[in-house]
Design a protein around this ligand. Structure first.
Ligand code: NDP
Length: 400
């Protein structure tokens, strides 16, 4: 079918690349390009001889638009799958515009010097992508990503109107470390230490970090403490799901994780303000990232399951209706299949599927779109086929 350029060679990229290589009919040729070429080569090494996909590797600084343009022009991919960090979204979009290449990512842009993420920066590219005749698919991970596709699917098949969405992200995995993050520690800690917020009646309601706690009895994994966080898909779903009154996002955290985080915060280790250290400027959070376990190293140690999904409440044929769509994923099974734990797996699989949707033309529309703006059906079908089967329930416990 065609060629895909994958930027980044971390935990999520590694899974997406394994999945592209299982899907060689679509991904005939891929280029893995990242800041550290040895990481690209190491992933290639794991796959060569086990796939029909032809794999190339390259070094690229994704903060540098001319370098990106040169790489895209030399490889000529149909799509660029951005699995670097949110800081690189805009430079990669600029390079896609200059070369008229479709763009896919899993996380919205965040400036390096402010712990703030929102879609405004990427939505500002709409007209330029339309004029260039290329598609930008935003948020093709799990959350955002699958949770957004679940919302579009629920609206299409089960409701006339959805009024409430609660997105529940539970990880019952245990990696045996006292403290480690399951994906990039810097991005993860910036997200968790920020104020919480939820969308209600067309506006944001802000909360203190971890202020709202609920206990929920999750299918398969059981009872867990979960906390309300701000999350990027609330912003686009608030606009794209008509009739919506409230959307909240909850994530589970164990007490030990929260205690460690509190101590690190209290001593200033989660700050993104540069400090002087032995005549050198360092950012405490970046230093913390360097001493924490690499998320990619958690794979062989993590046991247990994740459960991520959405509870919808709304109306069908004039009657109240409730519907829960979720996926359960097993850390050890993911490791056996692709050598990564379930957090990278649940993001890397939808990233591959999103790239496939655009490459095959099923989801092509010039402009910049959030994932829930496309027909959810082919994506839902692909989730079942490519390792993230979903389950549904019509009488779930609700979150108060
Ligand atoms: P990692 O830190 O493991 O990997 C990031 C990769 O990007 C690394 O290979 C890194 O290179 C590379 N990179 C960073 N800066 C540059 C640059 N300037 N030029 C080229 N390459 C660069 O992160 P993850 O794999 O955990 O996460 C990847 C993305 O997925 C993030 O944007 C994250 O927010 C998103 N995500 C989305 C989720 C969702 O459900 N939607 C869930 C989890 C993550 P190097 O190896 O040299 O550092």
């Amino acid at each position: 079918m065609g060629k895909c350029l994958i930027i980044g060679a971390g935990g999520v990229a590694s899974v997406a690349i394994h999945k592209c290589c299982q899907n060689s009919e679509i991904f005939e040729e891929i280029m893995i390009a990242s800041r550290t070429k040895s990481k690209c080569d190491a992933i290639k090494e794991q796959l060569v001889g086990k796939t029909k996909t032809i794999i190339h590797t390259a070094q690229v600084d994704a903060d540098n638009v001319p370098e990106l343009i040169e790489l895209i022009n030399s490889f000529k991919p149909e799509v660029v799958l951005n699995l670097a960090l949110p800081y690189q979204d805009l430079t990669i979009m600029d390079a896609c515009l200059a070369t008229k290449t479709h763009y896919i990512d899993t996380a919205n842009y965040e400036p390096l010097d402010t712990a703030k993420f929102e879609y405004s920066w990427q939505w500002a590219y709409r007209e330029r992508f339309e004029k260039a005749g290329i598609t930008a698919l935003l948020g093709s991970g799990f959350d955002p990503g699958v949770t957004s596709v679940f919302s579009a699917y629920a609206l299409k098949h089960h409701f006339d109107e959805i009024n409430y969405i609660d997105i529940l992200d539970a990880n019952a995995g245990d990696h045996g470390y006292p403290f480690a993050t399951n994906f990039n520690p810097e991005i993860n800690i910036r997200e968790i230490t920020a104020k919480g917020s939820y969308w209600e009646n067309g506006d944001w309601v802000e909360t203190e970090p971890m202020e709202i706690k609920r206990v929920y009895n999750f299918p398969v994994i059981g009872e867990k403490d979960m906390y309300l966080l701000h999350h990027e898909e609330l912003e686009s779903l608030g606009i794209n799901i008509p009739g919506i009154k409230r959307i909240r996002f909850f994530m589970t955290f164990g007490q030990s994780y929260l205690t460690h985080l509190k101590v690190l915060e209290n001593v200033g280790m989660t700050s993104i303000e540069p400090i002087d250290f032995n005549g050198q400027k360092i950012v405490p959070l970046q230093f913390l990232k360097a001493v924490l376990p690499d998320p990619a190293s958690l794979g062989p140690r993590t046991k247990g399951k994740t459960n991520i999904g959405c509870i919808f409440q709304g109306k069908k044929d004039g009657k109240d209706k409730t519907y829960y769509l979720y996926n359960v994923c097993d850390h050890e099974e993911c490791y056996r299949e692709v050598g990564s734990q379930a957090i990278s797996y649940t993001t890397g699989v939808p990233a591959m599927i999103g790239a496939m949707m655009v490459m095959t033309g099923k989801w092509q529309k010039p402009g910049v779109y959030n994932i829930e703006e496309f027909d959810p059906d082919p994506f839902m079908e692909a989730l079942n086929k490519w390792g993230l089967p979903w389950q549904e329930s019509f009488n779930p416990e609700l979150v108060d």
